[in-house]
Design a protein around this ligand. Structure first.
Ligand SMILES: *Cc1c(COP(=O)(O)O)cnc(C)c1O
Length: 393
């Protein structure tokens, strides 16, 4: 088959012989669910990010749920978050009977607008009901966190970071995910490192860590591994709360440990691809590439097209890229356009104008370590051909 006609998928996990060997080692060990491997993964992750507590969970969604539960979010409470995210960010608020309070993203970023957050917290009716602020580092870019942390610190409101896109993202303040009270990473198959399904919760708050540790496994006061390895009374345990089943298996953790050891190598390659894309797209006035900010994890490369300078819209742009064998995606369809969120809160498209505008313009291009130079070149060529073909509106 002619390589040039091969389809380039939007995302691919980067898994090799080391991950395969690690999985086999666990499969043959006699212990396949949460145990020593997961402990090691947690310790290594905590050391990497520089936080005292890291708890492995079976998804970031589970981690976000645990985080808000540990902070006491419940019925009647509000959690300030962005409509420019995946539904998981807001659905966990509903799990607890609380409501998300959406604040628009900033005019020149994909992240929560810190001024909007401050304004909401200052509101005499809404402000006092806000139990947490939940920003998302979309694409792996960290923006406005100093201001958001300051707004929240003034009022003693905890910040929970949805860091699903932002591992590893080293900012001037520290690692994304380690900036607020609790941070949550995702190891879903498309994310920067993967365990197929999985996540990690990090915090410096000992009490929250203890609560989340219990709640991730049925509200039991000792972890399964302790029970099976303790010499005395290994059968004894106590249930202290109606917990969840959110633990990560040792099979997944074995993959995670190898992926973690490769995280910086992966990042270096994604950064290189981002630089190549940015240089290639800088010469077209109808393209708005993402900025190269410090600490960008480059989980995504969200390219905006300026539809006022084109005769084709974003959807048609994507169709034409598809015909050229380029797999792309859109991050995100804002939550207020989805029936559940729209109808529950009576939201209209124009309620979050920046989210709507970014959504109508954005295309996520392939960006993952195994993309070859040749493939990067083909993506660039396809974007420029489609764009130039529709330029001059
Ligand atoms: C992927 C993702 C999640 C959910 O991660 P899971 O590990 O699949 O639960 C949450 N928030 C954002 C922004 C995501 O992209």
């Amino acid at each position: 088959m002619n390589r040039n006609t091969d389809f380039i998928p939007f995302a691919l996990p980067c898994l090799g012989p080391r991950e395969e060997e690690a999985v086999l080692r666990v499969l043959r060990s006699g212990w396949i669910t949460t145990g020593a491997e997961t402990r090691s993964f947690e310790e290594e992750f905590a050391r990497f990010v520089g936080v005292p507590h890291a708890l492995a969970v079976n998804s970031a969604t589970a981690g976000l749920h645990l985080a808000l539960e540990a902070l006491g979010v419940g019925p009647g409470d509000l959690v300030v978050t962005t409509p420019y995210t995946f539904t998981a960010t807001a659905e966990v608020v509903r799990y607890l009977g609380a409501d998300p309070l959406f604040v628009d993203i900033g005019p020149d970023s994909f992240s929560l607008d810190p001024r909007g957050v401050e304004k909401t917290l200052r509101d005499p009716e809404l402000g006092p009901r806000v139990k947490a602020v939940l920003p998302v580092h979309v694409a792996g870019e960290v923006r406005g966190m100093e201001e958001i942390l300051a707004s929240c610190a003034r009022r003693g409101i905890p910040v929970v970071e949805d860091a699903a896109h932002s591992f590893p993202s080293r900012t001037a303040l520290g690692f994304a995910g380690a900036l607020g009270r609790i941070g949550v990473y995702s190891f879903y198959a498309t994310k920067t490192i993967t365990t197929a399904e999985g996540g990690m919760v990090v915090t410096a708050d000992r009490e929250a860590a203890a609560r989340m540790s219990r709640m991730r496994l049925h509200g039991i006061d000792r972890e399964v591994w302790d029970r099976y390895t303790a010499r005395d009374a290994s059968w004894r345990y106590e249930v202290v709360a109606p917990g969840f089943k959110y633990n990560l298996t040792d099979i997944a953790s074995a993959i995670g440990r190898v992926q973690l050891s490769r995280a910086d190598e992966f990042l270096a390659r994604r950064r290189e691809i981002a630089r190549t894309y940015r240089e290639a797209f800088a010469r077209r006035d109808y393209l708005i590439p993402p900025e190269d900010s410090r600490g960008h994890a480059w989980h995504l490369f969200p390219l905006q097209i300026d539809e006022t300078k084109l005769t084709l819209d974003r959807d048609e742009f994507i169709r034409r890229l598809g015909r050229k064998g380029i797999g792309v995606s859109v991050h995100f369809i804002p939550l207020h356009l989805h029936p559940y969120w729209r109808d529950r809160y009576g939201l209209r498209p124009g309620d979050f104008p920046e989210a709507l505008k970014k959504y109508s313009r954005v295309i996520s291009l392939p960006i993952y370590p195994s993309l070859t130079e040749d493939q990067v070149g083909r993506v660039i060529q396809a974007v420029l051909e489609v764009g130039d073909g529709g330029a001059g509106a």
